[in-house]
Design a protein. Sequence first.
Length: 250
Amino acid sequence: MRIHKQPPWIAGLFMLGGVLCGVADAQDDQIARLSAALAAPERSAENKERDAARKPVEVIEFLGIEDGMTALDIFAVGGWYTEVLSAAVGPTGKVYSQNPPFFLSRPGFVEAETERNERLGNVEPIHGEVADAGIDGQVDVAITNQNLHDMYNRGGEAAAMPMIQGVYDALKPGGVFGVMDHVGIAGQPNADLHRMEVAAARDLLVKAGFTIEAESDLLANPADDHTRGPGDDSLGGNSDRFLIKARKPN
């Protein structure tokens, strides 16, 4: 009886196919879990209304956020992205939800934050600056959504850099920082409009040591002429926003 030996490259293809199927299954599970979390009855109607413009599933995919990761939500405020990240990293992952101290004095803020974090189960709050949280080198991915312009417009590079540097230090080598904000145009009163130029955001990230790995137009809105603030009723909560994926070098 003749035995036909299988060429090694065929066995390699089978192994590769198994790996790819496993990755696809994990992605499918993550998307299903995230979709269920977004539709959950305990999630506020206000947060659900923001989903169409913020495109959470697409942003998570663009940033490469996976099951089991440790994520950091910078200036989480009401926790819209904290909830998204919680579902994205799953029960084996962890989310740090950071807010500066001045938010804590808002009536009902701490109570609402505590209720949300207990419900989600994988979230730990940070009350204070990231640099003081003792999490250096522990985070796989961090995001800040519509916050960088506030710091930059108040005091330029000197005001914005401590937060960015704190995120850089918190990330593991190779970790990702996703930055989303309202697009500002040169020559416009961007500080008054709560916007910033994307070139300024890139410059800050590079100066902190990040590499700009990719940018996306997922959150672009061509109907926004950049002459109104993002809260203007005519924009319906859908300003033109940039999305940067920056990486801490290995």
